[in-house]
Every structure is written in structure tokens, then in C-alpha cells.
Design a protein around this ligand. Structure first.
Ligand SMILES: *Cc1c(COP(=O)(O)O)cnc(C)c1O
Length: 235
């Protein structure tokens, strides 16, 4: 496809996604600008990020360090400035690499990972924003903290100078009504914001369930498929 063709396609899907967000905000009685769109561009090329940035997208999500690192370099070389969100499971030995380009790491779910990021981010001029990933199904394989580990991980983040605890991230469980799961997340988000003033980000909602997430207070939705198209792999 030509660049102009792809641009038109992305512009079209961006309008639709923004309409869905606006309608969900209206239904929830929230202002239309209460929700930030993070475009999840994994498996798609840097050229798509540049087109999206040209269309006004400010936040981009990736889930693999190698891919994200190369893409961030290419996007910077292409002259665009976007905020990079790392949203995938992260090995501690990748902390140093990720903090080189990431503005936000959304998938912190262990004290050891928080500490590794803290060491890597020490001396950063702008602290790395951290979201603690919360498990909504108690399945450790899908990532996320359960129970009081949330507070242990949050404390590890707030005790690192290079990190700023910004809030929570979650993925809806498979096979459950996402509304029920995001309702539980909203309760936890309330507790978080009262314990840690300023930690008010709630990153929840993907292509299939953004409406339910907005209904339950998401401040950020992470949209891949509905914006960029079906990915070949399941990630
Ligand atoms: C891939 C991914 C998304 C986007 O999912 P879509 O269903 O394609 O919108 C959101 N969050 C995370 C953590 C992801 O890995």
C-alpha cells in the first residue's frame, strides 16, 4: 500500500476509535478528554507510528524490548516525538534497555522488577512513569500482582528516585464480563489514589472492551487491532 493509502486507512480507523471513546465518555458522564488513547503498534512498522503521530496520536505502546527500541530510534529519526509506553512482560535484564526510550512502563508486577528499573533510571532528569499491573483473574501466567503485593510493589516504586508511581494497568481476564473485572479494578484504583496522591492513571481497555473500561474510570485505553488492523500473531 502507498503511504497515502495507509495514511487514509489509519485516519479513518482513528476517527472511529476516537468516536467510540467519546461515546463511552458521554455514556459514563465523563468529559470527552478524560481518556487518553495509547496506540499499541506492536508488529507494525515505525512508518505507521510516524503516520499516527502526524494524525495527532501522542502515546504509543509496545510489548517487546527489541522491537520497541528499534522503532523508537526510527521514529525519532523520522522527526516525531511520541510518548512510549512499554506494556509487555519485562525481564529484569531488559530494564536498562527499556529506560533508554520508554516514558512509561505499564507492566511492573514485582518488587525485583521495580528495583531493577529504579537502578536503571537513577539520575534520570525526568522520572520514568510506572504503572503497577494488577491481575484481575489471579492467573500469574498473564502477569500482574495479586492481593497485598500491589502495595509492596508500589512502595518499591515510590522509594526509587528515578521512578514516579503513576497508577495502575490491567488486562481484562478471558471468559469473564470485562465490566465486572474493570469494576474490581476501579475499587483498587480508588485505594491506590488515596494511598499515593498523584497515582491516578488507570490504563485499561483494549479494542474489544474499551467501552467497559471507560465506564469504570479508565484514564488510558490501549488500542491495537481497531486502529492498525489484525495482527498476524496473537500478541
Ligand atoms: C496488544 C495489547 C493491547 C492492544 O490489544 P488490541 O486488542 O489489539 O487492541 C493492549 N494491551 C496490551 C498489554 C497488549 O499487549
Amino acid at each position: 500500500m502507498t503511504d497515502a493509502g495507509r495514511r487514509a486507512e489509519l485516519a479513518d480507523s482513528l476517527v472511529r476509535v476516537r468516536e467510540r471513546i467519546a461515546r463511552a465518555c458521554l455514556a459514563a458522564g465523563r468529559p470527552p478528554d478524560a481518556v487518553t488513547l495509547t496506540a499499541v503498534t506492536k508488529t507494525y512498522p515505525a512508518s505507521d507510528v510516524l503516520l499516527l503521530a502526524g494524525l495527532g496520536v501522542t502515546d504509543v505502546g509496545e510489548n517487546r524490548d527489541q522491537e520497541a527500541s528499534a522503532k523508537a530510534d526510527a521514529v525519532r529519526a523520522g522527526g516525531a516525538r511520541v510518548r512510549w509506553h512499554f506494556v509487555g512482560q519485562l525481564q529484569r535484564n531488559k530494564a536498562k534497555s527499556v529506560i533508554r526510550y520508554a516514558d512509561v512502563v505499564e507492566s511492573v508486577d514485582s518488587v525485583r522488577l521495580a528495583e531493577a528499573l529504579g537502578r536503571a533510571a537513577a539520575g534520570r532528569e525526568v522520572p520514568l512513569e510506572v504503572l503497577v499491573q494488577v491481575s484481575l483473574d489471579d492467573d500469574p501466567a498473564r502477569g500482574g500482582v495479586t492481593g497485598d503485593d500491589l502495595w509492596r510493589v508500589s512502595d518499591a516504586v515510590t522509594s526509587s528516585e528515578g521512578l514516579r508511581l503513576a497508577g495502575l494497568m490491567a488486562v481484562a481476564p478471558l471468559g469473564e464480563d470485562p465490566g465486572a473485572a474493570f469494576g474490581r479494578l476501579a475499587v483498587v484504583a480508588g485505594q491506590m489514589a488515596s494511598r499515593y496522591p498523584g497515582a491516578t492513571t488507570v490504563s485499561a481497555g483494549m479494542s474489544g472492551d474499551l467501552e467497559a473500561a471507560v465506564q469504570h474510570g479508565a484514564t488510558h485505553v490501549r488500542i491495537g487491532t481497531s486502529l492498525l488492523g489484525m495482527r498476524n500473531s496473537l500478541r
